[in-house]
Design a protein around this ligand. Structure first.
Ligand code: GCO
Ligand code: MG
Length: 402
C-alpha cells in the first residue's frame, strides 16, 4: 500500500497547530500531530522539505521500518524538531493501519488494559483562595486528579496561572512575555498552598504540582520534603531534566513522587532516570518523543523499573496527539495518568474526534484508526499566527528556566 501524497496543514484556531496528513493509493489517509509550541514552522519545513519527498512511494504498512529509515537515515539524530516530524509520520501510519484493519488503534497495541484513562486537569488561581475555587470547579466536573498552580506572593506573574479560562495558554502573540522568579518566595509559599488544599478538600483527591524546571536538585529536595504531609500524586519537573543524575540528590531526601519528561524526545533522555528508579512517572508524549512506536519502547523500559507513564497533554498538543495518547494510555500496562487540558471550541471544530471525557476518565472511542479527523476547509480559515512562550528572569534580571 503505497504512500501517494502527504501534506502539512498549519492552522491557528486560537493557537497554532501543525498536522501531517498522509494519503495512500487506496484512498485511506492518516493524521499525525507535529506541533512544537513556539517553533512550529521548523517542524513544518522539516516535514515539507526533508521528509515528505522521502516517504512518497514507500509502503505505508511498514511503520517500524519507516521510523528507522527516518531516524537512522537523517544521520543527525534526536532533538525536538526531528523527533516531532518522525512522530507525525509514525502517528499517521498507525491511524492508517487501524483504518485498514477496521480496528481502533488501541486494539492493535494489545487491547485495553483498563476501563478508562484517568486524566488530570489544571486548576490555577492568582492566589490561594482563587486556586481553591478553581479546584472546586474541577471537582464539580468529575476530575479525580487535579494539578494546582497559584500566583506566588511578591511575584508579579508565574508559570501556570491562566487568564481565567479553562484552556490555559502560555504562548503569546508578538514577543515573548517575561516572568519574574524568586526561588525563596516560591519555596516558602508552596507548602502553604497544599496545606490549604488538603484542609479544604481532604485526603482522597489526587493533587499534582508542576515546578516547571525552576529549582536546583537540593532546592527541589526541600520542596519535596516540605510537601510530604500533603502526599502529592506527583511533583513535576522539579529540576531541569538534562542532568539526569541530579535526580539522585532529590531522591535521597524525599518520598514525594517525581515526574519528568515533557521536553524529552527519545528513550536516551530518560534511560538513566528510569533504570536507576530516580523518577516515578515518565511524561514523554506521542508528538515530541517519536510517535506511538517510540513511546511504547519508553513505556516498556519504564515497566521494568516500576515507572509509570503520565504523558504531557497541554493545549499545545493537538487533538490528533490527544487521540493517539488515549490509545496508548488505554493499552500500556504501566499507565499512570494522562494530562488533559481542554481545547477551545474552535480547535475541536477543526479536529472532530471520537474521544470523550466522563467523570474524570477519558475514552478514545472505537472508531477505526485514531478516531480523529481534520476539517481542512475550516483549518484554512485560521492562518498561522506567530506566538512565543514566556521567558523567566530572577528578581535581579538573570535569565532563569521558564
Ligand atoms: C504542562 C506543561 C505545559 C508547558 C507547555 C509548553 O505540564 O502541561 O508544563 O504547560 O509549559 O506545554 O508548550
Ligand atoms: Mg509541565
Amino acid at each position: 500500500m503505497q504512500i501517494t501524497d502527504a501534506r502539512v496543514i498549519v492552522t491557528c484556531p486560537g493557537r497554532n497547530f501543525v498536522t501531517l496528513k498522509i494519503l495512500t493509493e487506496d484512498g485511506v489517509y492518516g493524521l499525525g500531530d507535529a506541533t512544537l509550541n513556539g517553533r512550529e514552522l521548523a517542524v513544518a519545513s522539516y516535514l515539507n522539505d526533508h521528509v515528505i519527498p522521502l516517504i512518497i512511494g514507500r509502503d505505508a504498512r511498514r511503520i517500524e521500518d519507516l521510523w528507522q529509515y527516518l531516524y537512522k537515515g537523517a544521520y543527525w539524530r534526536r532533538g525536538p524538531v526531528t523527533m516531532s516530524a518522525i512522530a507525525a509520520v509514525d502517528t499517521a501510519l498507525w491511524d492508517i493501519k487501524g483504518k485498514v484493519a477496521n480496528l481502533p488503534v488501541y486494539q492493535l497495541l494489545g487491547g485495553a488494559s483498563r476501563e478508562g484513562v484517568m486524566v488530570y486537569g489544571h486548576a490555577n488561581g492568582t492566589d490561594v483562595e482563587d486556586a481553591v475555587k478553581s479546584v472546586a470547579h474541577y471537582l464539580d466536573l468529575g476530575y479525580k486528579a487535579i494539578r494546582v498552580q497559584s500566583g506566588v506572593p511578591g511575584l508579579s506573574s508565574t508559570y501556570g496561572v491562566g487568564r481565567g479560562t479553562m484552556p490555559y495558554e502560555p504562548a503569546e502573540k508578538g514577543a515573548a512575555p517575561e516572568n519574574r522568579w524568586s526561588t525563596e518566595a516560591y519555596l516558602n509559599f508552596v507548602p502553604k498552598l497544599f496545606a490549604r488544599m488538603r484542609s479544604e478538600f481532604g485526603d482522597e483527591i489526587h493533587l499534582l504540582h508542576d515546578v516547571h524546571h525552576r529549582l536546583t536538585p537540593i532546592e527541589a529536595a526541600r520542596a519535596g520534603r516540605s510537601l510530604e504531609p500533603y502526599h502529592l500524586f506527583w511533583l513535576e519537573d522539579p529540576t531541569p531534566g538534562e542532568l539526569q543524575q541530579g535526580f539522585r540528590l532529590i531522591r535521597q531526601h524525599t518520598v514525594t513522587p517525581l515526574a519528568v519528561g515533557e521536553v524529552f524526545n527519545t528513550i536516551f533522555d530518560c534511560q538513566q532516570l528510569i533504570q536507576e528508579q530516580l523518577i516515578d512517572y515518565i511524561r514523554t508524549t506521542v508528538v515530541h518523543a517519536g510517535g506511538i512506536s517510540h513511546l511504547r519502547k519508553i513505556a516498556a523500559l519504564a515497566e521494568l523499573h516500576q515507572v509509570r507513564t503520565g504523558s504531557h497533554g497541554a493545549t499545545d498538543l493537538s487533538p490528533v496527539c490527544m487521540a493517539a495518547a488515549l490509545h496508548f494510555d488505554l493499552s500500556v500496562h504501566n499507565f499512570g495518568v494522562q494530562e488533559y487540558m481542554r481545547h477551545t471550541d474552535e480547535t475541536d471544530a477543526v479536529f472532530p474526534h471520537e474521544y470523550g471525557f466522563q467523570d474524570g476518565f477519558m475514552y478514545p472511542g472505537d472508531a477505526p484508526g485514531l478516531g480523529v479527523d481534520i476539517d481542512e476547509d475550516l483549518a484554512a480559515v485560521y492562518a498561522y499566527d506567530p506566538a512565543f512562550l514566556p521567558v523567566n528572569r530572577t528578581l535581579d534580571g538573570t535569565m532563569h528556566s521558564w
